[in-house]
Design a protein around this ligand. Structure first.
Ligand code: AMP
Ligand code: GLY
Length: 427
């Protein structure tokens, strides 16, 4: 008994980092990753399953005596994988790390998240939500705001649903595109228009069972594809943890004004929540505001924060499931982790896949996490926009970034690209 057979759902760099960390746990028996990537297959067993194919997940879990499921990405959560487990007689006692649908709405609906924040007094920008029928009101509301204008498709839009418009004209066009011309399909049937917050962004994380929570290290994510924060938004081109402009005082404010009231608010609203809370924050002159919630870990934030968590992550997951989270005293590495993402040329636009990735075995002194790879004929080949994440730990940001750059230089595939300025703004 008490054999920990874990099923981890996902296939990105975040999941390779989680798998890598889980594999170090003396509490682990077997680790399966669905579907995983070439990196996760080095620390566990990949299974060709989609996290949104609940019936196949059920069969696999029962056949392989899985004792816990950890969900990496948001989609299975928003689609109700945790609810599916609870509604199945033979699955309902298997803990799932990741919230049920009701809690996943914090990420799945921007309007829900904004209403939640307002209801519970959590600092966030002023906003209103509009539909096709209230387009004219939307135009009127835009006129009450000062440029730039922030428009957010209510639903999941693969990270592309937020548009920042410089002029009123642009904002009106964009609002029309979203509401009338279905720019993001169903996701933009409702649109949140939000006050622009001028500050520096960071990501804060906690794991919670809906009552207790554990604050995890924060990170800064580099979202734009180009150096100097230029060009289109991506899933994230690199990350740094800890964040120098989020010192003790600031993080204390984050905990008191945001993390605590979020967990208390969920409880007050009767929304169960077992899993990660990811707070997309803006530091506005030293005061934290929430710009978005996610209900999972960030990618590539995970690749920077997990290497700093010395505590057994499986112990943390088990404590979350057993309601003993407050007994965990996490041991955090004070050093800085810097992660650089190597992507396919052209990403986040069109790019090619299937390129042979070489040099991974030459890397020493850094951690290599696979983000978009598959194994084919004993080779690692690229299978996504973000391909490899390289993380290094050092005493300061510059040394950590320099080490990651040194390692990145050893890795090769045709037409690769990375930002060489990760962390430079913080030095
Ligand atoms: P999201 O997809 O919610 O992460 O938003 C994409 C990006 O839009 C964020 O990373 C921010 O840079 C920016 N953003 C979102 N909301 C605001 C806001 N209220 N004020 C300023 N920038 C924002
Ligand atoms: N790196 C941002 C995210 O995971 O949403």
């Amino acid at each position: 008994m008490n054999l920990n057979n874990i099923l981890l759902i996902g296939s990105g760099g975040r999941e390779h980092a989680i798998a890598w960390k889980l594999a170090q746990s003396p509490l682990l028996n077997q680790l399966f990753i669905a579907p995983g990537n070439a990196g996760t297959s080095q620390v566990g067993t990949n299974v060709p399953l989609s996290g949104t194919d609940f019936d196949s997940v059920r069969k696999f879990v029962l056949d392989n005596e899985i004792s816990m499921v950890i969900v990496g990405p948001e989609e299975p959560l928003v689609r109700g994988i945790h609810d599916f487990f609870l509604s199945n007689e033979d699955l309902k006692n298997i803990p799932v790390i990741g919230p049920q649908q009701a809690g996943a709405q914090l990420e799945g609906s921007k309007d829900f998240a904004k209403q939640f924040m307002i209801r519970h007094g959590i600092p966030t920008g002023a906003y209103r939500t509009f539909t096709k029928d209230t387009l004219a009101d939307g135009f009127a509301f835009l006129r009450t705001l000062i440029a730039p204008f922030v428009l957010k498709a209510d639903g999941l839009a693969a990270g592309k649903g937020v548009v920042i418009c410089k002029t009123l004209q642009e904002a009106e066009n964009e609002l029309t595109e979203m509401l009338e011309n279905h720019k993001f399909g169903k996701a933009s049937e409702r649109v949140v228009i939000e006050e622009f917050l001028d500050g520096i962004e960071l990501s804060a994380f906690a794991i919670t069972n809906g009552k207790e929570y554990l604050v995890l290290p924060e990170a800064k994510d580099y979202k734009r594809v180009g150096e100097g924060d230029t060009g289109p938004n991506t899933g994230g081109m690199g990350s740094v943890s800890p964040v120098p402009f989020a010192g003790r005082d600031f993080m204390q404010k984050v905990e008191e004004r945001i993390i605590k009231p979020t967990v208390a608010g969920l409880q007050k609203d009767g929304i169960p929540f077992v899993g990660f809370l990811f707070f997309g924050l803006m530091n506005v002159k030293g005061e934290p505001f929430v710009i978005e919630y996610n209900v999972r870990l960030g990618d590539p934030e995970t690749e920077a924060i997990l290497p700093r968590i010395k505590t057994d992550i499986l112990e943390i997951f088990i404590a979350t499931a057993n309601d003993t989270l407050s007994e965990i005293k996490p041991d955090i590495d004070p050093r800085t982790a810097a992660c650089i993402m190597i992507v396919s040329g052209g990403y986040p636009g069109d790019y090619s896949k299937g390129k042979i990735v070489s040099g991974l075995d030459k890397v020493s002194g850094s951690l290599v996490f696979h983000a978009g790879t598959t194994a084919a004929n004993n080779e690692v080949v690229s299978s996504g926009g973000r391909v490899i994440a390289v993380t290094s730990l050092a005493d300061d940001i510059k040394s950590a970034v320099d080490q990651s750059l040194k390692s990145v230089a050893l890795i090769h595939f045709e037409d690769l690209y990375c930002r060489r300025d990760i962390g430079r703004d913080l030095i």
